[in-house]
Design a protein around this ligand. Structure first.
Ligand code: AMP
Ligand code: ZN
Length: 493
């Protein structure tokens, strides 16, 4: 029996606009699709936040013993510069500007994306499919939508007929829009377009002569529309109806709305049971974005090389900062907020180190560990409420510090529960990292402890040149020693 049987999860579903009890299609198994990055430039911290929210969700599902198939794609074709299906393909544009092949652009930024996610301790998804690897599937879907009468051909391009679809279904069901508002708010056609109506969107675009990324199809040499790849890849790996589809809030409309329309036009039923949207990371109150330049890159936050930063921050501090906000709340980035998170993170890690040194006494506990553990689960079961979870972790920190100061005590069985639960929530679920988070790192921990001992011996012999050398060289490789009244602890960057 998995832990999921005793944990009733409430998930906010954008489709219904409320929290719902989560029931997967197959007991004990979850299919989850998250829209991946468009690999035409370095990911910024805003992108990292959205992917981190879903990494935390994936981690919690796994912790509850669900068998999860997590699909996160790589968008390596088909994104035009604007939503009206006009402008240049972003990848092709970058290739033209840098005078390299589009696939070189894709390779460079896919590698960058993976490096960044590794740095921030992400778990890899189960499948990471690419849009260009699924052109055949996309063409087959278009054929079927054409057959059903929900799309039309114009000059070698295929457009989805939104008005026709809306007669049979509801276009706007996810974003809460209705077709009248959409008609009212969409700019008219500029005379260049082959579309019947401005709301229609491209399923296939005929390539202009200068367009490099192109594939043969029954209609033209061209490329698929923006929204189609996710319908093709999610259906292929998770089925026509699956549990969870996620992405950033800004993808709700038009991207996800169009995914629903494509799927329903194709196979006539709702593709996704729970739509989850992660909120934005802002900078100076404005959304971080590639296009406006209002963003911070992961490399900048790690090195501190950015005007907005007074210093660099370790990946786990950035992760802790993001986990301190609920995934559906806007989070504003600032140097001050990061400094405050760093303090909190260090305090948490020191308590984890202290916990490993605490000895139990056969006395009554001063803290209800069982109730505390159930509060931690309750926080996560309530739509992944990581800020409440962190507040719970800090009540444990307070207790640990009291035990350390001999102001409280703990018995054997409670110490075992406290240690295991702290490890699970801090490292496995929040994904934070220190030296003693797993077996392999345990050896590293012991090695550093040995160096600390040697440093203490050097100090006792008044060989300060050696003791300082040990400390400084450890800093050089990202290991900080902290001297406190109970001895020396260490932190890893
Ligand atoms: P893109 O590569 O532009 O498709 O973005 C990849 C993911 O990052 C999408 O899920 C976006 O919704 C998300 N995203 C983009 N900007 C931000 C931001 N400022 N804060 C949080 N997520 C973002
Ligand atoms: Zn998508």
């Amino acid at each position: 029996m998995g832990k999921y049987t005793s944990n009733i999860l409430q998930i906010y579903n954008t489709l219904s606009g409320k929290k719902e009890v989560f029931k997967p299609i197959s007991e004990g198994a979850i299919g989850m699709y998250v829209c991946g990055p468009t690999v035409y430039s370095n990911v910024h911290l805003g992108n990292v936040r959205t992917f981190m929210s879903f990494d935390m969700i994936f981690r919690y599902f796994k912790h509850l013993d669900y068998k999860v198939r997590y699909v996160r794609n790589i968008t390596d074709a088909g994104h035009l510069e604007n939503d009206a299906d006009q402008g240049e393909d972003r990848i092709a544009k970058k290739a033209r500007l840098e005078q390299i092949e589009p696939m070189e652009v894709v390779q460079r930024y896919t590698v960058d994306f993976h490096t960044i996610l590794n740095t921030f301790n992400f778990l890899p998804p189960s499948i990471e499919p690419t849009a260009t690897g699924h052109i055949v599937e996309q063409i087959e879907i278009i054929k079927s939508i054409l057959d059903k009468g929900f799309a039309y051909e114009a000059n070698g391009s295929i457009y989805f007929d939104v008005l026709k679809y809306n007669e049979a279904h509801h276009y706007g069901i996810l974003s809460g829009r209705n077709i009248e508002d959409l008609i009212h708010n969409t700019r008219g056609l500029d005379g260049q377009s082959d579309k019947k109506n401005p709301q229609d969107f491209a399923l296939w675009k005929k390539a202009e002569p200068q367009h490099i990324m192109r594939w043969p199809s029954p209609w033209s040499n061209g490329f698929p529309g923006w929204h189609l790849e996710c319908t093709a890849m999610s259906t292929k790996y998770l089925g026509e109806n699956f549990d969870i589809h996620g992405g950033g809030m800004d993808l709700k409309f038009p991207h996800h709305e169009c995914e629903i329309a494509q799927a329903k036009a194709w196979h006539n039923h709702s593709p996704v049971n729970y739509w989850m949207h992660a909120n934005m990371l802002t900078l100076n109150g404005q959304k971080m974005a590639k296009s406006t330049g209002n963003n911070i890159l992961p490399a900048e936050i790690l090195s501190g090389k950015n005007d907005k930063l007074t210093k660099g921050f370790s990946p786990s501090v950035v992760r802790f900062f993001m986990m301190q906000a609920h995934y559906r709340s806007i989070l504003d980035f600032s140097n001050e907020a990061l400094l405050a998170s760093e303090k909190g993170f260090l305090k948490l890690m020191e308590a984890v180190t202290s916990l490993s040194k605490i000895e139990a006494t056969e006395v009554v506990n001063d803290f209800d560990i069982i109730k505390w553990k159930s509060n931690c689960y309750a926080a996560m079961n309530d739509d992944f409420n990581t800020p409440i979870l962190i507040a719970e972790l800090f009540s444990a920190v307070k207790y640990i510090n009291q035990i350390k100061d001999n102001k409280a005590s703990i018995n054997n069985s409670s110490l075992a529960v406290l240690t295991e639960t702290m490890q699970q929530f801090v490292f496995d679920i929040l994904g934070l990292k220190t030296a003693v988070s797993n077996d392999q790192n345990h050896k590293l921990g012991e090695t550093i402890e040995l160096l600390i001992k040697m440093r203490n011996e050097a100090r006792a012999l008044k060989d300060f040149a050696l003791s300082d050398k040990i400390r400084d060289e450890l800093i050089g490789i990202g290991i900080q020693l902290k001297d406190g009244k109970d001895g020396t602890t260490f932190l890893l960057d």
